[in-house]
Design a protein around this ligand. Structure first.
Ligand code: ADP
Ligand code: MG
Length: 341
C-alpha cells in the first residue's frame, strides 16, 4: 500500500467501509476464496477442472463518470462492468479486488459507495477479497475473478459462417439517456426514468453467459456499441456478418424517437452491457428456451458470412433484405453517423 495516509486512518477506513461488509458477506459457499481481505494477498483455490477468468476495468472521474456522480451508483457500475466481462466469457464470478484513489476521506461518500458496492456484490455472490486504497484523483479500478470449466470459455474468435447473430435485452437506452442528460434530446421525465438506469445501473448478464457455455460459438458484452463490438468478433473470427437493422431490439421508450435516432442509438450506442453472441442455427430452440427460463429477450439479428476480402465487414440490411450500407468492422462507427432512416 502507499505510504500516504488519510485523516481517518487508512486501515480504519478499509476496515469500516470495506473489510467489515466483505467479511459479513463471506459464506461457506465461497469455497474458492480461501483467504479474503487482511493479509498481503488474497488466496483463490481454482475449482477442480476449471480455469480462472480475470478482467479489470478502471473508472476515472470526469472521463468515465460525471464529477459529483452518486457514489452508490458508481460502485454498482464499477463492479457491474467487470461482471459483464466475466459473463461474456461464460464465467461464474468468484470474487473481486478494488483499488481506489480518493481525493479526500469523505465518510458520507464512502458510506454510499460501500453500500452500493456490497449490494451488487451480494446480488451476484461475488465477494470483495482485497485491494488497495490511496489518496489521489477519484479513480476506481476493479479486478474480477471468475471460474469456467476448462476449455468452455466463450471467446471472440469462434464465430463460423452460417452462425446466427443474437443480442440479449434491448440496445440503445443507455445512449438515449446520455443524449437526454446532455440536452441533445428532450425526454419527458417519465421516459428518462425508464432509460436512466440503463446508463447508471447496468445489469451484468451472468446467468445468460453461464447458460451459453455449450451453445454460443463467440460472445462479447456490448460496451462501446453493438456494431462496433460485433466488429471485434468478426475480426477475431475472420468472418463477415449481415445484420437486419429493423430487428435490433429496442425499448418502447427508444421506439418513440425518430427512426434515424432509434437506429443510430441501437446500432452504435454504448454502455448497454447486453451480450452479443453467435451460435449455429441448430441451437435456436435451445436459445429460445434459455430466453424463456431467464425471462430475458434474446433476439436473432443477423447471420455470420464467409469473409469476402481482407477487411471484416458488417452488411446492414433493411426490412426487405436490401443492402443499406456495408461497413468495415473497425473503425466504422463514424460511417454510420450520417446514415439516415
Ligand atoms: P499491503 O501494504 O501489504 O499491500 P495494504 O495495506 O494495502 O496491504 O492492505 C491491507 C489489506 O487490506 C490487504 O489485504 C488489502 O488487500 C486490503 N485492502 C486495501 N484496500 C482495500 C480496498 N479498497 N478494498 C478491499 N480491500 C482492501
Ligand atoms: Mg504487504
Amino acid at each position: 500500500m502507499s505510504s500516504r495516509s488519510t485523516p481517518l486512518g487508512e486501515f480504519d477506513l478499509i476496515d469500516r467501509f470495506f473489510k467489515t461488509s466483505a467479511d459479513s458477506l463471506r459464506t461457506n459457499a465461497d469455497e474458492a476464496i480461501t483467504l479474503g481481505i487482511g493479509d498481503d494477498c488474497a488466496l483463490i483455490k481454482p475449482p477442480v477442472n476449471e480455469e480462472i477468468a480475470i478482467t479489470s476495468d478502471m473508472l476515472v472521474e470526469g472521463r468515465h463518470f460525471f464529477v459529483g456522480a452518486d457514489p452508490a451508483q458508481l460502485a454498482r457500475k464499477a463492479l457491474a462492468v467487470n461482471l459483464s466481462d466475466l459473463s461474456a466469457m461464460g464465467a461464474r464470478p468468484l470474487g473481486f479486488t478494488l483499488a481506489i484513489a480518493l481525493p479526500a476521506v469523505d465518510e458520507a461518500w464512502l458510506a454510499g459507495f460501500s453500500k452500493g458496492l456490497f449490494a451488487i456484490a451480494k446480488e451476484y455472490s461475488c465477494p470483495l477479497i482485497g485491494g488497495d486504497t490511496t489518496a489521489g484523483p477519484l479513480t476506481i479500478s476493479i479486478t474480477a475473478f471468475g471460474a469456467i470449466p476448462t476449455g468452455k470459455a466463450i471467446r471472440r474468435s469462434g464465430a463460423k459462417p452460417g452462425d446466427d447473430v443474437w443480442v440479449s435485452g434491448t440496445v440503445g437506452d443507455a445512449r438515449l439517456s446520455l443524449a437526454a442528460l446532455r440536452h441533445e434530446i428532450n425526454l419527458s421525465s417519465e421516459d428518462l426514468q425508464q432509460v436512466e438506469h440503463r446508463m447508471h445501473q447496468p445489469m451484468a448478464r451472468v446467468e445468460l453467459g453461464v447458460q451459453l457455455r455449450n451453445v454460443a460459438t463467440a460472445a462479447l458484452d456490448v460496451s462501446d456499441g453493438l456494431l462496433g463490438d460485433l466488429g471485434h468478433i468478426l475480426k477475431q473470427s475472420h468472418v463477415d456478418a449481415e445484420i437486419a437493422l429493423d430487428k435490433l431490439p429496442k425499448s418502447i421508450t427508444l421506439q418513440k424517437q425518430d427512426l434515424a435516432i432509434q437506429n443510430q442509438f441501437a446500432a452504435c450506442g454504448g454502455d448497454d452491457y447486453e451480450l452479443c453472441f453467435t451460435a449455429p442455427s441448430s441451437q435456436r430452440d435451445k436459445i429460445q428456451a434459455i430466453s424463456k427460463s431467464l425471462n430475458l429477450p434474446l433476439t436473432l439479428i443477423g447471420k455470420i458470412l464467409p469473409k469476402r476480402d481482407s477487411q471484416a465487414k458488417v452488411y446492414l440490411l433493411d426490412a426487405s433484405g436490401t443492402l443499406l450500407s456495408d461497413l468495415q468492422a473497425a473503425p466504422f462507427l463514424n460511417s454510420f453517423d450520417h446514415f439516415a432512416s
